[in-house]
Design a protein around this ligand. Structure first.
Ligand code: ADP
Length: 619
């Protein structure tokens, strides 16, 4: 061995190793799945690289991964003749974790092992899972096309350090030797290995072979179909094969929620197999999160993370697309402005939206699982994909005043079916939290009239609503904006009474206007309220409070919102205050009403102390 050195694992690796060994012990056999899955990826990579450089095959294009045991030495060896790794690659791939957001993810894990087990599963344990069953692991690898003396040796007991050196390796590819821990002898048993491989690897397109040395003749027996799963006909593929395939491509340990598998023929020929996960991945919110689509061209793996084929608001979709019409040398740049890629993106988007729509109709429970995990991502849809707005709005689920629960499970169709006579708009309110939305004074009129209101409190809701113009011919209307229909509704029962009161209160409104001057846009009386003395509203063409908050949150300057200040003439306090002559006392009361209205609207006041002082003074 030459150039031998001992290096330390990146600290995240150390952390992951410790966590994983404890969390995944009950499911330790998955290490074999991970190794076979890696070999299969390495085969894909070799086939791809060989497209432009046949010599990489070194006259051996029959790719395989082989599994053998040595009972005397207590070792299990998994060996492939695929792309292999160079010294640098071994250091980068087996000494560090390249996934962005790893640190934050590991920090988020607590001491609850069963919860960590699930989360680590979603994170993808990969190669390091070998240390669940092995006390020492040796990797010997040589990258395809590299000279024989540029093989790499790697050894570690998974505790903090590893040794690396140059070796000679005549065969191309990667060999992984596991020195099994005591009590892990089950993995030396031929039938046990076969059953694990059967369970996890039948969908793998690489030939998985197991050593069969009866009569001293070494025979490598192929134990899987080794045919790309997606090319097989749907009726031949079992549910568990789909699930295992999903786990292989997604690095997610949980089963997918649903999938769609289609062979499309016609103008364009392609096969898609798309999965909706049952859990959001740990990096769903990372800006550089990898999209989960793999591109194959005529069965040959081309690339991961093909963003061009799926919009951002469906970035949780995992799967493959195998296209016959793209050239084998297609690159990301070519896909960028390629008509075919655009058509495929439209087709895939429609497929996923249909799949979700079908799920929503056929399995409400599962759809709720989906919505809980990914609803907030789907809500980016109306802004990103106006052409599918109608479709996306069918998928949306809301909390509303009808259900009295913070679970988002009301569809717009449900809402429309409950609209009252004469109602031609869909009403909504946005606030910082469900509770704030639910207790907003703006709702008083709606509750009284029995009109349902959508209660929105996700951080992207306001932004989403600005892109949703209508559903089923009904426009959306924020109830914090002044609106003719609202006034009409409010005044219905109280018209006469109101006119008399208004006359009396005309002077009062004038006094308030003078007092608040240009701090408000307008002062008026309203019948919208029952228990609250006053609210603020915005004009229909103006930015709402929540929208302004959103801009501020991303560091943008927004002009100050000028509200309409609306007073409830039927409220006893308002009536009393309207009769106060003393200027200071009158001003204190109005400032308190105004402060209360602003507080209800924004959740904060510019000068809370002044507000409290005034309130105490009045008390
Ligand atoms: P992941 O597969 O999720 O990337 P792993 O920890 O399983 O994570 O593997 C890390 C990297 O090591 C892989 O991405 C790959 O580049 C490399 N690797 C692992 N096994 C092999 C193999 N058999 N042949 C070639 N490269 C491999």
């Amino acid at each position: 061995m030459k150039k031998q050195e001992t290096l330390s694992f990146q600290s995240e690796v150390k952390q992951l190793l410790k966590l994983m060994i404890h969390s995944l012990y009950s499911n330790k056999e998955i290490f074999l799945r991970e190794l076979i899955s890696n070999a299969s990826d390495a085969a894909d990579k070799l086939r791809f690289s060989a497209l432009s450089n046949q010599e990489l095959y070194e006259n051996d294009a029959d790719l395989y991964v082989r599994i053998s045991v040595d009972k005397k030495n207590n070792t299990l060896t998994v060996s492939d003749n695929c792309i292999g790794m160079s010294r640098i690659e071994v250091i980068n791939n087996l000494g560090t974790i390249a996934k962005s957001g790893t640190k934050a993810f590991l920090e988020s894990l607590g001491s609850d092992l069963s919860k960590n087990n699930q989360m680590i599963g979603q994170f993808g344990v990969g190669f390091y899972s070998v240390f669940i069953v092995a006390e020492k692991v040796i990797v010997r690898s040589r990258a395809a096309g590299f000279p024989i003396n540029q093989g790499v040796f790697w050894e570690s007991s998974g505790e903090g350090e590893y040794t690396i050196a140059d070796i000679e390796k005549s065969s191309r590819g990667t060999e992984i030797i596991l020195y099994l821990r005591k009590n892990e002898e089950e993995f030396l048993d031929n039938w046990r290995l076969r059953s694990i491989i059967g369970k996890y690897s039948d969908h793998i397109s690489l030939s998985v072979e197991i050593k069969n040395d009866k009569d001293n003749n070494v025979i490598w027996e192929k134990v899987n179909q080794a045919k790309a799963l997606w090319t097989r006909s749907k009726s031949e593929i079992s549910e568990s094969e789909y699930i295992e395939f999903y786990k292989h491509i997604s690095h997610d340990n949980s089963s997918p929620l649903i999938w769609t598998h289609n062979h499309v023929e016609g103008k364009q020929e392609y096969i898609i197999l798309l999965f909706i996960p049952s859990k959001a991945s740990f990096d769903l919110w990372n800006r550089d999160q990898k999209h989960g689509l793999k591109l194959y061209v005529q069965r040959v793996y081309i690339m991961d993370d093909v963003k061009q084929f799926i919009p951002n608001y469906l970035r949780f979709v995992r799967g493959i697309i195998d296209c016959n019409d793209l050239p084998l040398n297609v690159s990301r740049e070519i896909l960028q402005d390629n008509l075919l890629a655009r058509n495929l993106r439209n087709a895939l988007t429609k497929r996923v939206l249909h799949l979700l729509d079908k799920l929503a109709k056929e399995d409400i429970e599962k759809y709720q699982v989906f919505w809980q995990q990914f609803g907030i991502v789907i809500k980016e849809g109306p802004a990103e994909d106006s052409s599918n707005n109608i479709f996306i709005s069918k998928l949306l689920r809301f909390t509303t005043t009808h259900t009295n629960s913070s679970i988002q499970n009301v569809s717009l169709k449900d809402y429309v079916s409950r609209m009252i006579e004469g109602q031609n708009k869909i009403f909504y309110i946005t606030a910082d939290s469900y509770t704030a939305a639910k207790s907003s004074p703006h709702l008083e009129l709606f509750n009284k009239k029995g009109i349902e209101v959508l209660l929105l409190s996700d951080r992207t809701d306001e932004w989403m609503m600005s892109y949703l113009s209508e559903f089923d011919g009904k426009k959306f209307q924020s109830i914090t904006k002044s609106d003719e229909l609202l006034d009409k509704l409010a005044n219905e029962d109280k018209k006469l009474e109101q006119e008399i009161i208004s006359k009396d209160l005309e002077d009062f409104v004038k006094r308030v206007k003078i007092l608040l001057a240009d701090r408000v846009k307008n002062v008026k009386l309203t019948n919208r309220l029952t228990d609250t003395p006053a609210i603020v509203t915005t004009d229909s063409n103006e930015m709402t409070t929540q929208m302004a908050k959103l801009f501020v949150a991303v560091g943008q300057n927004v002009p100050e919102i000028k509200y309409n200040f609306e007073l409830n003439p039927n409220h006893r306090l308002v009536q009393k205050v309207s009769k106060i002559v003393d200027k200071t006392l009158f001003s204190d009361w109005i400032e308190v009403f105004f402060g209360e209205a602003l507080l209800a609207e924004r959740g904060v006041l510019e000068d809370p102390n002044l507000f409290i002082q005034r309130l105490n003074k009045l008390f």
